[in-house]
Design a protein around this ligand. Structure first.
Ligand SMILES: Nc1ncnc2c1ncn2[C@@H]1O[C@H](COP(=O)(O)OP(=O)(O)O)[C@@H](O)[C@H]1O
Ligand SMILES: [Mg+2]
Length: 264
């Protein structure tokens, strides 16, 4: 799929001789919602870390929207149009909700952190524009004005996850990587998350790559699903194809929660 927005080809990663990713080929088409599933320890988060520049694979190539990502440092990867959330929510502890989201957008602005310190007139105008934009991101994910000035880590867990998504949206990405965004959410919050993922793609035109354990959610929201097992891609297809793929069933057997995992 040479026209893909994101293309990984032959990506291999090892730590101290332990293979984490083996010769991984993987694509995300522009405008798609794609999920990456696989047993614990399969290498899913490591694959995100390779895309975002936190891990450097020993071999392979990753291209995104005309950029060779493996040549870029993490902040340049963000600037190229990729944003992410983390498996364990990572909000800045001392900052308010609004400051957390604004930190995302500062990574995109020219004057950046310097504007916040010097407060020159043009930069003050820029700061106001940033705040407006971030308010829009918070409204979009369903966090209200009464929460903007609270310390982000004091919010209910489900709302912390939303703030993290708002911070990612504030970088104005073309591709959003979500690492287990449903973990710790209740059934109602999961439904809200499904609706939010659809709106991110449909209303903002952002492609979404989702790592998720909740296979019911994965099936509802993804057009394509890829399955990673022991660092190797073992299957790719629609939810129906993946559900009945013997290699996938085999990969999940032996997992304590095998039944839950395959409960499509
Ligand atoms: N920085 C690291 N150093 C050493 N091993 C790592 C590192 N990051 C990940 N791994 C190993 O890579 C494997 C895959 O981990 P991970 O990508 O977190 O899996 P998943 O997200 O699919 O559960 C695990 O065995 C993990 O211990
Ligand atoms: Mg993980």
């Amino acid at each position: 799929m040479s026209g893909a927005l994101l293309n990984l080809s032959g990506v291999s990663l090892a730590f101290a001789g332990n293979t984490v990713l083996q010769n991984v080929d993987f694509q995300v088409a522009e405008g798609a919602v794609v999920s990456l599933i696989g047993p614990n320890g399969a290498g899913k988060t490591s694959l995100f870390n390779c895309i975002t520049g936190f891990y450097k694979p020993q071999s392979g190539a990753i291209t995104f929207d005309g950029h060779e990502l493996l040549k870029l440092r993490p902040h340049r990867v963000t600037a190229s149009g990729i944003a992410r959330t983390f498996q364990n929510v990572r909000l800045f502890r001392e900052m308010t909700v609004m400051q957390n989201v604004m930190s995302g957008m500062h990574s995109r602005t020219r004057s950046g952190a310097i504007a916040a310190i010097l407060r020159l007139p043009s930069q003050r105008a820029e700061e106001a524009a940033i705040r407006d934009y971030c308010e829009g991101c918070l409204r979009f994910v369903g966090v209200g004005p009464e929460e903007y000035d609270r310390i982000a880590t004091t919010l209910a867990y489900g709302h912390q996850r939303r703030v993290e998504i708002a911070r990612a949206l504030a970088t104005q990405p073309k591709l959003l990587l979500l690492d287990e965004p449903a973990a710790g959410l209740n059934a109602g919050e999961k439904q809200d998350l499904i609706a939010l993922i659809r709106r991110i793609r449909d209303e903002r035109g952002i492609s979404v790559l989702l790592i998720e354990h909740d296979t019911g959610l994965v099936m509802q929201v993804s057009e394509r699903i890829s399955v990673l097992d022991h660092g190797a891609m073992i299957a790719e297809g629609t939810a129906k194809q993946i559900q009945s793929n013997p290699k996938v069933i085999e990969a999940y057997l032996g997992q304590e929660d095998a039944e839950a995992e395959l409960d499509f």
